[in-house]
Every structure is written in C-alpha cells, then in structure tokens.
Ligand binder design. Structure first.
Ligand code: PHE
Length: 460
C-alpha cells in the first residue's frame, strides 16, 4: 500500500464540490447539442437504448476506475499513470495513456470551443429578440448565415477560449466550484421549462415516442452506425477516456465514496440528455423539421420555440447563457490534464501553462471553423456519410476512437494490472460490490470496447 499523496494543484473543498465539478465536466454540449442530433441521425429510441446499455456496462465502471487511479496518483494523468504503473510493478510507459488523453483533450476542445461560440452568438440573438415570430425558415437561414461566416466564428471561438483560459489559470477552487453550484441546478430547471413548452406543442407524443420506442426494424439496417455512435457518445458525454475525470479525482478527498459519486454523476448526465431530447423532438415534428439534420439541430429547433412562447426573449437568453456555462465547465476539464502536466514537467506557472494550452487549442480550432464553410467537404467513414470535413474527422477520431481506446486501456489497467489491495483501498466497498465491479471492469467493459473497435475499423 502506498503512502497517501497530496496534489500540488489543490483539492476540492467537499464531496459535493467534486460531484458538481465532475457533473459540470460531464454535462455540456454533449448532452444538449450532441446527444439530440446523434439520436436524430441514429433513429431516436434505438440510440437511447444502446446509449444507456453502454453507460451501465462501460461508463460507470470505467468512471470509477478513472477516479480511483486519479486519487491514488494525485498528479496529472501522464504522471499518475507513470507512477501507479511503476508502483504496481509495470512499465512506466503507461504514461503514454496519459499523453494520448492530453492529445484527445486538445482535439476535442478545439472544436468544442467553436460550437460553444455558436451558443454565445445565440445568447445575443435571443436577448435582442431575433427569434420573435419564430418563422422556421428565417431561423434556419440565420443559422446557416452564422456558420458560413468564418470571421464571426473566429471571434466567438476566441472569446470562448479566453473564458476557459481565464478560469483554468486561477486554479482548482477559485471560481469553478462556486459557479457549478448554481449553474447546474439552474440549467436543470430551465430544461424542465423547455420540456413543459414542448408538452404544449401538437406533436409532443410523437417526439417522445421517437426517443422511447426503439425501432428495431430500422435498427437492423444501420445497427453498426447506431451502435458506434451510441458507444462513442457514452464516453464523450461522461468525459471518459482522456483523463478529465482522472484529474478531477486527483483533487478528491480520501473519505469520499467513489462508487456513489460515479453513479450520481452518470445518472445526472443521462437524465439531462434525455430531457434535452424531450424538449427538442416534439418541436422537430411539430414544425416539420428534419430530425437527422446534424449539428445544427438545437440552433434551429429551440429558437423557433423561443420565438413563439410567451417570455421567449427571457427564457431563450437564459437558456443559451446556461448552455454557455455548461460548455464552459466542460471545456475547463478538457484542458486541465494538459495544464497540470505542463506545470509538473515544464516547471512553469499555472498561468503560463494555461496560456500555452489555450493558444494551441485556439489554433487547432481554426480547422473546425473552416470545416463549415471554405473547407467543407463530404466524405464517408465506416459507412457513414459526413459533410463537414475536418470537424467530422476530429469528432469521429476522438469520440469513436480515442476515448473508447483510452477507456479500454483504463479498464485493463485497473482490472488486470492493479492489485486487489490497491483498488479496494480506494473503493472501500462491500465485498459483493467490489466483486461485481472487478468482474465488469475485467471482462464486460473490455469486451464491449473491443467489439466497438473491431466494428469501427470494419473487421466485425
Ligand atoms: N462531457 C462533455 C460534454 O458532454 C465533453 C467532454 C468530453 C468533456 C471529454 C471532457 C472530456 O459536453
């Protein structure tokens, strides 16, 4: 057993601070922007069903593993993987798992920030009453005008990266903890308001059924695509496989129960995604929009609702503002692993480390900006046709390949390489819970992810 370490980067002030911060990382554009559009492209209910199965057999157990490894190592994911591997008697090359996570974080944040920029733009549109009247065509046009203008996208992307850098440079406790405490409950409340509005629309039942009834016949045809999207999205949405949850675990007190925290975080994350789809699909059907329209989905459906509901300027502004905050608390966790690594190994201050990280993310983001206009090109990958070139490539590469691969490595590491004594020392659960976790992390989760892979590269 190792002596307990402390993190040089700080510690959460309470168990709730960790749960809220990790939920803040998990709940983001993934739940409200990506989940509904992926579900829309992948047949609704079938997607939801596979998604929930993936959260249960891979998401929660791998989240527990990431938290426990993080808390044991108490350093950046790169150094944590290195020292825990050495401690358990294996090669220090496991640090490469941490490095892959840092790279995935850069890639994700580069496009995440561009989409968060769209959300920021929509805060202003909502506030200035641009959706008034809610004419679906005008609103769709407004969206395509935005994404076809690289200069405007660059301006919003720059602002969002600066916001993220500002928070991360201030460290673990200041700001972030306080922010998530209020923002997460507020976002939840507003989603309920949106679902309430959706209930008043004509085709509410159709929208709900679209999500609740898995269409097995349609699923047969494109099962592979639905399965790959749902499993990749489970990793993306729970922030797994790249060290975000690991670094948050490294700031966690030794007394907190990892199991109940992981269950709580995963449940909140899934609930919010489901509520978002309940708010969106009834509008899609009521206004005759296309469920499979891709990344623009919420930017076209929700403004129609805001343009028509009483108090729409108020609710619309608040909604996009809260979505900005949700994206913000996720973006922070995307760069935190890179920043802590730079501080530990580069011998530079947190402020400098954050600035460098932000700069790299900003430059990479330009490729995504151009993917929606000058560089847009259609292509087919694993049988799925896409049209936004580099954006889609980064999205598939990270969510469908790098994060599941990272998750697989974490499952193998904690299930097969770490000793029973050290994992039990962190989890501190009853024997039967431990045995179930160990079984899932050793067998079910790795087999699940391997199947995803073989599918992804076209072998299965
Ligand atoms: N989970 C975040 C979301 O759903 C995105 C994210 C992925 C954050 C990976 C951190 C790590 O929006």
């Amino acid at each position: 057993m190792s002596a307990k370490r402390t993190s040089i980067h700080g510690q959460w002030s309470s168990r709730w601070a960790f749960i809220l911060a990790a939920t803040g990382s998990a709940v983001g554009l993934g739940n409200i922007w990506r989940f509904p559009y992926m579900a829309g492209e992948s047949g609704g209910g079938a997607f939801l069903l596979l998604y929930v199965v993936c959260v249960l057999i891979m998401g929660i157990p791998i989240m527990m593993a990431e938290i426990l490894i993080g808390r044991r190592g108490r350093q950046s994911p790169v150094n944590t993987m290195r020292i825990i591997a050495e401690e358990e008697g294996y090669t220090r090359q496991w640090k490469w798992l941490g490095i892959m996570g840092v790279v995935a974080g850069f890639l994700i944040v580069s496009y995440y920030s561009v989409i968060a920029g769209w959300v920021l733009a929509y805060v202003f549109r909502a506030a200035t009453g641009s959706f008034e009247g809610g004419d679906p065509e005008a609103i769709a046009q407004m969206f395509s005008d935005l994404i076809s203008d690289p200069e405007r996208l660059l301006a919003w992307h720059t602002i969002f990266i600066m916001m993220t850098v500002a928070v991360v440079s201030r460290g673990v406790k200041s700001g972030l903890e306080m922010a998530v405490r209020f923002l997460m409950p507020a976002l939840f409340f507003l989603l309920l308001v949106m679902v309430g509005y959706a209930m008043s629309t004509e085709r509410f039942a159709e929208g709900i059924m679209f999500m609740l009834r898995p269409d097995f016949t349609a699923m047969k045809e494109n099962f592979r695509e639905v399965f790959l999207n749902a499993s990749g999205h489970a990793f993306f949405s729970l922030s797994l496989g790249m060290g975000a949850i690991m670094i948050y675990g490294s700031y966690l007190s030794d007394r907190t129960s990892i199991t109940s925290a992981a269950v709580l975080i995963a449940s909140a994350d899934t609930l919010i995604a489901i509520l978002a789809s309940f708010a969106i699909f009834p509008l899609v059907f009521t206004y005759g929009l296309e469920p499979a329209q891709g990344p623009g989905l919420i930017f076209v459906t929700l403004p129609i609702a805001f343009g028509q509901m009483p108090g729409g300027v108020f609710f619309g502004t608040l909604f996009f503002l809260l979505l900005t905050f949700a994206a913000w608390t996720s973006a922070i966790s995307l760069i935190e692993p890179a920043v802590t690594w730079l501080v530990e190994n580069g011998g530079i201050s947190r402020i400098k480390a954050t600035a460098y990280t932000g700069l790299v993310a900003w430059i990479l983001g330009i490729a995504t900006i151009l993917s929606f206009n000058h560089w847009a090109f259609p292509f087919t990958f694993a049988g799925v046709s896409k049209e936004n070139g580099i954006f889609d490539i980064i999205d598939i590469l990270t969510a469908n390949i790098m994060l599941p691969l990272g998750g697989l490595a974490i499952a193998i590491f904690s299930g097969w390489l770490m000793s029973r004594a050290s994992t039990m020392d962190e989890l501190k659960v009853k024997e039967n819970i431990y045995v179930s976790w160990r079984f899932v992390i050793k067998f079910l989760a790795p087999v699940g992810v391997t199947i995803i892979f073989l599918n992804q590269i076209g072998i299965l």
